[in-house]
Design a protein around this ligand. Sequence first.
Ligand code: AHM
Ligand code: MG
Length: 343
Amino acid sequence: MPNRPYVPGDETRLMTIQRYIAQEERMHPEATGEFSTLLRNLALAVKIVSREVRRAGLVDILGRAESTNPSGEDVKKLDVFANQMIINALESGGQLCVMASEENESIIPIPEEFPCGKYAMLFDPLDGSSNIEANVTIGTVFSIFRRVSDGCRGTDADVVQPGIKQVAAGYIMYGSSTILVFTTGNGVQGFTLDPTIGSFLLSHPNMTIPSRGNIYSVNEGNRKQWDEGFQRYIDYLQSNDTVHGKPYKARYVGSMIADVHRTLLYGGVFAYPSDHANPNGKLRLMYEANPMAFVIEQAGGRATDGAERILEIVPTDVHQRVPLLLGSADDVREAEDFIAGRR
Ligand code: AHM
Ligand code: MG
């Protein structure tokens, strides 16, 4: 049955995330149901995070927690809450062998009292958290691998795999509505949370990104630090020659999920490139760039560090940073040409 979008009021079209996963699993007779349970537990956790994000203005949960994350950045209270909520919801389920989070320096083992399973999950519990107090869209990013280590309790090797090995990845965006977008390598599906029934319903089936857009999204405050090739690329997008809809529009929320989601819907290019001060850019490979790259590629787009496909980068550290350019295939190819000096 083709996936039809949910139209409020038309209950015959209901396709919850559980039904979608169950339908996918039926196509794989070898499936054990572990993956659908994992996703169900994740969906439960992010529903609770979503509720807290929406209540944040009402209760005393806004503001800084008294700690910094492994990268030395301020951690806000909601980050701490979201991190703990996701760990709690997933550690006891029996599907995971290990987890890793932006907020935890080391990998997160599955406690001995709980069963362990064949998947490893990485996540950024609340990306864009510097925007929390301004009520700007923030979100959760996740990336799931199959366990590669021996034994049931995972190791670093399970969470430091190339992105091409991801079995699923996606993000949850806490915006005007809460949207869960994910891929299992078979296209990209978007589900919107109906808070009145507490279910994620298919609202954006088979998402595809336009092959070209006319929006660029980058922190232009860093312009003077960028490499020359990237500066020339942005100059080119701003030029007035009207080819490909130039000059492009500039849109930058400063919250990766919001910027990438808009790029997925409207096309164009999102970038956090390397610069003189930050040769590896800012974003993290394992739980920011890889999952976004998987989604964007599955939607027909392209994701690169400027020279190499993000998904093929062989990682060495769970928290490593990587320059990131993603979006419409034609736009990203053009950016690569400028960065490589071919244009
Ligand atoms: P965070 O993980 O500490 O929230 O940082 C990641 C965020 C991304 O959401 C966003 O794309 C980027 O940082 C914005 O950085 P900048 O403020 O340097 O433009
Ligand atoms: Mg982050």
